[in-house]
Ligand binder design. Structure first.
Ligand code: GLC
Length: 654
């Protein structure tokens, strides 16, 4: 359809652009702007069309896109063109990620750069570098309270260090992921400081109120994110003598996206980091971007429109850069961050698969895959050109974010079951070897989440303390089993630094006042490089985990069936301890992989003839791609040892 309004507006805007923008060779920019303009205009109009300065704001928006395009380094522009041509590049099984804190991993950005070979040794080729921007000296929510969106915190290094890291990574064919904390700023950010000084223009960047009238209305329906340490969603600022919306910590001021200036500033910042070489931008806390009285202020429709607009604008300037949505919300809500009513992602190409993560932990506690099976079946299909970020652990707590209806279908009572899971992982439950801690306990609602290092949650710490070799082996097998699931499920697996060598809980944060109140620090480790060296000594815990993951990653990379083309079929194994699914090769048709994991402490059997139409596996000679061995079989019953997994192919086909 000929979109007259948007075309004429575009023509006006182009006339109004600054002369230096008009003069440049912006051929690719204009092609992309033309292709995306109708969507950009419609979204921007929907959000801000009632304002008298709408057209001025649109001009500013286009100027920002054009200016950042002009600044975009030539090698990145080249990459953009290549990725546009091969637009499904990130669905490949060849990508494997790791999230890490620069200081904990290797001191600073230079240290990280000098340890890239360690990551390559493991097979990791995407690195999520956790927040490195300027933030307060004391508590900063692990850097998620940003004081300057364009400056690297000196504790991490300098912009030059980052540019060198990005260039080095590109040379090694590794992807760089950086955070842009879009929902809030630190109260030390200049915008907050100017607000404090009484500048109304910047006070409009936040949600600031003279008295409690509006805050009280919001509080009626808004949940609390950190109920123990930062109860409520507003903080009284003594200097301004006003109330500021602070959904997370009291020093994190929520940005007001009903002000187009905020949207344009944040888009500018996203594009700035894309230009520094970020292949992927992780958009933090996206579920919270729009606030409305009478709602939970999460997952609002406008939050999605803002993300669509960010994506459309970023397509124009830096189309090679992808977005990750960090939206740790209910399963039916998470999927929407890919974008609704579309075939390809119109918001974020990648989203945290918090549902799968939580379900995996549920299976560890129950030794059963009943809820896992149920929960994954209820997860809506994702779009074609979009992919999950699958993870077992990350820097945050584990929230038990699965659906109550699924818990009931799996045969449990939701409240009691969640209570059991928290008790299990915090070691309250007698038979549990887990050593986690409750996080975000809310006495009013009964909610709680879980902190703790992967290895400590699966019982490795307890087993080592008791010098119990069997228990050590079980824990290692569980660590590998969990990773085998995220590597094979479909999507980008994201490991968490330290887990590859079985790093245990770290209690040292309790001595640091800025961290003591937040036990997520127990699983944000400082890597012990002497311990990491033990990965070379046969039989050590470090070697068994590291080499297991290394092998898994190598096999994943060479198995086309593990690419993410919606080519997964969940199988009904009839045995509640087993989680089984089939991955079909999207390019051929022949070499499918049968993935099966046993969450129980005893061997379990899978009846191959039960798997509908799986004749090829029923009568074939099975081989495990991971170990290279043929699994034990009795007639059509396959034996899966305790806490083990198989990635099976039918050998006859080779
Ligand atoms: C995200 C981060 C988390 C942080 C929160 C507020 O959820 O992952 O660590 O506390 O945002 O910025």
């Amino acid at each position: 359809m000929y979109e007259q309004v948007s075309h004429s507006l575009l023509n006006n805007i182009l006339d109004e652009l600054k002369p230096d923008i008009r003069r440049r060779d912006l051929r690719h920019f204009y092609t992309r702007l033309g292709a995306n303009f109708y969507a950009i205009y419609s979204l921007f109009h929907h959000l801000y069309g009632k304002r008298a300065d709408f057209q001025q704001q649109m001009v500013r928006l286009v100027e920002v896109m054009a200016s950042r395009y002009i600044e975009r380094p030539a090698p990145l522009k080249q990459l953009d063109i290549g990725r546009e041509a091969d637009h499904e590049w990130f669905l490949s099984q060849e990508w494997v990620g790791m999230a890490l804190y620069t200081d904990g991993f290797a001191g600073n950005l230079q240290g990280l750069r000098s340890h890239l070979s360690y990551l390559q040794e493991l097979g990791v080729n995407m690195v999520h570098v956790m927040p490195i921007l300027k933030c307060p000296q004391g508590a900063s929510d692990g850097g998620y309270a940003v004081s300057d969106f364009r400056d690297i915190d000196e504790r991490a290094g300098s912009l030059t260090d980052l540019q060198e890291l990005a260039t080095d990574m590109r040379r090694r064919n590794m992807l760089l992921t950086l955070d842009v904390v879009v929902n809030h700023t630190s109260d030390e950010h200049l915008w907050a400081q100017w607000s404090r000084a009484g500048d109304g223009h910047y006070q409009d960047y936040y949600y600031i109120f003279d008295n409690r009238d509006v805050p009280d209305m919001f509080e009626e329906t808004m949940p609390e994110i950190f109920p123990e340490t930062a109860p409520g969603n507003f903080t009284y600022d003594e200097t301004m003598q006003k109330w500021v919306m602070t959904v997370f910590n009291s020093y994190q001021w929520d940005l007001n996206y009903s002000n187009p200036a905020v949207f344009i500033e944040m888009l500018d910042i996203i594009l700035f980091w894309a230009n520094q070489g970020a292949d992927i931008v992780r958009l933090d806390a996206v579920a919270f971007l729009w606030k409305k009285i009478g709602t939970t202020c999460q997952n609002e429709r406008e939050a999605h429109l803002i993300l669509q607009l960010m994506k459309d604008c970023s397509q124009v300037t830096a189309p090679g850069a992808l977005f990750i949505a960090e939206a740790i919300v209910a399963p039916v809500e998470i999927i929407k961050y890919f974008g609704e009513d579309a075939v390809i992602a119109k918001e974020c190409e990648i989203a945290y698969n918090a549902t799968f993560m939580a379900l995996l932990w549920e299976s560890v506690a129950t030794k059963s895959a009943k809820l896992l099976n149920q929960g994954i079946r209820s997860l809506p299909d994702k779009l074609d050109r979009a992919t999950w970020l699958n993870y077992v652990r990350c820097h945050d707590d584990i929230g038990l974010g699965f659906d109550d209806a699924d818990i009931v279908r799996a045969g449990y009572e939701p409240f009691a079951h969640r209570r059991f899971l928290v008790d299990y992982f915090t070691g309250v439950y007698d038979a549990s070897p887990a050593r986690g801690q409750p996080f975000g306990v809310n006495d009013k609602t009964g909610d709680a989440r879980i902190s703790g290092a992967l290895a400590s949650l699966v019982g490795l710490e307890e087993a080592i303390d008791h010098k119990d070799e069997d228990a050590i082996s079980n824990s290692i097998n569980l660590i590998l089993l969990l990773h085998s699931m995220i590597m094979a499920f479909g999507g980008l697996p994201l490991l968490y630094h330290g887990d590859e060598i079985g790093t245990l809980n770290d209690d040292s944060f309790r001595k640091d006042l800025a961290k003591a109140g937040d036990n997520r620090w127990m699983h944000r480790p400082k890597i012990d490089w002497d311990k990491a060296e033990l990965r070379h000594r046969h039989g050590t815990v470090e070697e068994r985990i590291f080499s297991g993951l290394q092998r898994m990653i190598a096999v994943r990379k060479s198995t086309p069936a593990f690419a993410d083309y919606n080519n997964r079929e969940l199988l009904d194994s009839a045995n509640p301890h087993l989680f089984a699914f089939m991955r079909a090769n999207p390019h051929a048709g022949s070499d499918s992989v049968l993935v099966v994991g046993n969450f129980d402490a005893s061997p379990q059997s899978l009846t191959l003839s039960d798997l509908s139409n799986r004749g090829q596996f029923e009568y074939g000679q099975l081989r495990d791609l991971y170990s290279g061995e043929a699994p034990t079989q009795f007639k059509d019953q396959l034996v899966v040892p305790a806490y083990r997994f198989y990635w099976l192919t039918d050998q006859r086909l080779y």
